[in-house]
Write a protein that binds this ligand. Sequence first.
Ligand code: PAF
Length: 322
Amino acid sequence: MKHVCAAALISAAFAVPAAAQEIKIGYALAEDSHYGAGAKAFEESLKESLGDQFTFRHFPSSGLGGEREVIEGVQLGTVEMTIVSSGTLSNFVPEAGVFDVPFLMRNLDHARAVLDGEIGQEMLAKFDDVGMHALAWGEQGFRHITNNRGPIETPADTEGLKIRTMENPVHLEAFNALGAAPTPMAWPEVIGALEQGAIDGQENPLSVIVSAKLNEVQKYLTLDGHVYSPAIILISPQFWGNLDDSQKAAFDEAAKASVAAMRGYVDEVEASGVATLRDAGMEVNELTDEQKAVFRDALAEPYKSYEAQFGKELMDRIQAVE
Ligand code: PAF
């Protein structure tokens, strides 16, 4: 008995706290972007609930590569977590491409209601079937066109415009139908291609245009809000599978905090971003609802193909969300 007690005392004296597990989290934008805000909020929430069990190592500004490579890293388990756009998601879960359909979401409130509701949650569950776990839908905002050629008011103004799109077939089809010359490209190459004039323009939400300082390489901004751009928080299934139930619950809570931070950033930049970009020298025009309707009508053909791919029923269900 004496021996057992002594052994217990000795092991208690030399006990070291279990080593914290490192979480590598990769994202395409700077730490002061909406992704940085989301990643930081996630880390803080987890620290509050689980103390020092996990440490975060941030890889902002595409530090782990383009979004497709990072998602593949999450599948392989070499990257624990990422926050990414929907750019390459439909290569992994084709149905998720429905959120990339132009002019489908009416406004931020509508998009948030869709993603937080049944449709968004059903879509998140599909990621478990393709070797990753999706914690929540985050947000970038509505995408707008920037370019160096001139203001865009009608589809004719996009004629032949060398515009970088995400590696996303839904977007590619829309810009082709408008008569533009879309070039799908991974984000890490975009600023260089704009600087060198290899492309005329690109399209992204204000959150990206402001945080990536695209005003330094682009003259014109057209606020056309052609498509809502969600983000998603993905976690590697190997890592997720090793968490116990209470840890998983803490990660789910942290994901909520992360989404709130991303949306807060988007709300803020929607309010102040245009003034920031004008002050930085960009020429900004905003399409009226009538002008947007002309763009929407020019997408009649792609719309038939979107309905064939994703199902008219799903698209109607999305539009019916209040
Ligand atoms: O345009 C893109 O590829 C994405 O919106 C970006 C900037 C990488 C953010 O996810």
